[in-house]
Design a protein around this ligand. Structure first.
Ligand code: UD1
Length: 360
């Protein structure tokens, strides 16, 4: 019986969500799994709270790369990860999603003997100005095994000549979302002080560099959110808070700013809201899977299925007729789009199969 050792490299908030079901699946099968944290996210609200709520064990190693320019952050992760892998000596390294942590892991492992797996492969925005697009293209092309969440992602991998290394496994975020939705409906999380339990609000987040780092653009988005004649509750990433204060932008009208929420608080907030406005990839899907229309403050999305099904509207400047669009009737998305909540099981099956052939 084969018993390889696994390392998962994670570092940013959405990666903690993705590693949780993979860890639990590996643990159930008695396989050794080390979590290496790059340190890209270090605030408790972006990191520790996710480990606690999703019952992920503490990382075996924290590379403490912290914030900085892209090159600086990536360089720190690359050098420190190489040393950590020398110590941990895994057989398989899994990288997740499209952050600078993902790119760094793929580059390091491509120069080492370990089997490299990319979870959430095959997503494309076709916008190379986004750091995430470069990160995911590099990770896909360097990995031995590409695990795609959707049929659309598989098709894109095929078009890039990567079909023989790609497998469709479903979306691991569905696994987590289903478990958390059940927990949250049984035991609603404590929400921040002064959060009223109304069902009549829009839940919002904004954190992407292309929205936060240009003062004129950020001012326009914040103004639009304030002018919506609704209670708009925005859970603010530290990057957004920092840029708003740097550019002297204040929330007005119906817009209120909140600290980043924990994962259960986020799921609770989405389920109680009547619509979501975001530029996050994960939140677009979470909204749609929970049956909430989503308005995406971007020119493009990697989750094209949500737009095709009429649940997601691309409104980069938030100036379409949003209220009318939100009220449209819709049919729920079928399980076939993002998988049935067993992506982690498929992921581990495919990795064990791929690795055993790779080492022969
Ligand atoms: C990163 C990912 C993005 C992902 C997001 C999830 C890249 C290029 N971007 O964006 O794809 O959607 O994570 O949240 O990898 N900061 C803190 N505390 C922290 C971490 C960051 O205050 O714990 C602040 C710092 O000012 C930092 C800024 O946020 O400079 C940006 O952090 P960074 O990790 O570079 O990118 P994110 O915007 O979080």
């Amino acid at each position: 019986m084969l018993s390889p050792t696994f390392v998962s490299l994670v570092g940013a908030r959405p990666q903690f969500v993705k590693v949780a079901p993979v860890h639990h699946e590996l643990q159930e099968r008695g396989l050794q799994h080390h979590i290496v944290h790059s340190g890209q996210h270090y605030d408790d609200r972006l990191s520790k709270s996710f480990f606690d709520d999703l019952q992920i064990p503490s990382p075996s190693v924290n590379l403490e790369a912290g914030s900085g320019g892209h090159a600086e952050q990536i360089a720190r992760i690359i050098e420190r990860l190489d040393n950590a892998l020398d110590q941990l000596r895994p057989d398989i390294v899994i990288v997740y999603g499209d952050t600078n942590t993902t790119l760094s892991g793929a580059v390091v492992v491509s120069k080492r003997p370990e089997y490299l797996v990319h979870v959430e492969a095959g997503l494309r925005s076709f916008n190379r100005n986004m750091p995430e697009e470069v990160n995911r293209v590099v990770a896909d092309h360097l990995s031995h095994l590409l695990l795609a969440p959707t049929t659309a992602a598989m098709k894109l991998l095929e078009e890039e000549g990567l079909a023989s290394r790609s497998r469709q496994v479903g979306d691991v975020m569905v696994d987590v979302l289903r478990n958390t939705t059940k927990l949250v409906s049984e035991h609603p999380p404590e929400m921040p002080a002064s959060w009223t339990n109304s069902d009549d609000f829009v839940f919002a987040t904004l954190h992407r560099a292309e929205n936060t780092d240009n003062p004129a653009r950020l001012r326009q988005l914040i103004n639009r959110l304030g002018e919506m004649h609704h209670d708009v509750r925005l859970a603010a990433h530290p990057r957004l808070t920092a840029r708003m204060s740097e550019f002297n932008i204040v929330a007005a009208g119906g817009l209120s700013l909140w600290q980043p929420l924990s994962y259960p608080q986020t799921v609770h907030a989405i389920s109680r809201s009547f619509a979501v406005i975001t530029d996050s990839g994960g939140l677009q899907k979470e909204a749609v899977l929970l049956g909430r229309p989503c308005i995406t403050a971007r020119h493009e999305t990697e989750w094209v299925e949500t737009v095709a099904a009429g649940w997601n509207l691309l409104a980069p400047n938030l100036n379409a007729s949003l209220a009318e669009w939100i009220r449209r009737p819709r049919v729920p998305l079928s399980d076939e789009v993002f998988g049935d909540g067993h992506a982690a099981r498929n992921i581990v099956d495919e990795i064990l199969d791929g690795w055993s052939h790779h080492r022969d």
